[in-house]
Design a protein around this ligand. Structure first.
Ligand code: SF4
Length: 91
């Protein structure tokens, strides 16, 4: 690990640097309302129930609504086939 990263982790542990603020896809879309990518990400996020559980990313990734207009452009889906989507079972 390089020195700058070690220094960062040391400061994070000591509380000198606050933890990063994670914004959800809806908030990111609101930050940049003219971005189609962020709008699609936000729509998929809201479609699967937002953060009603921590598994929302996998539910978008393996979305089983194959006839949705956004299915081929949904986030987190790179390399995922329709067959894998249909085979996905939530735990
Ligand atoms: S691709 Fe799936 S998660 Fe995204 S909007 Fe369509 S049905 Fe919802």
């Amino acid at each position: 690990m390089n020195n700058a990263l070690q220094e960062y982790h040391k400061k994070r542990k000591a509380g000198e640097i606050p933890p990063p603020i994670r914004r959800n896809p809806t908030q990111r879309s609101q930050d940049n309302p003219s971005s189609l990518r962020k709008a699609i990400n936000a729509l998929c996020y809201e479609c699967v129930g937002s953060n009603s559980d921590s598994n929302w990313m996998a539910r978008i990734k393996f979305c089983q609504i194959l006839n949705c207009s956004l299915h081929k452009v949904r986030p987190y889906s790179k390399g995922i086939t329709n067959k894998e989507c249909l085979a996905y079972k939530e735990v």
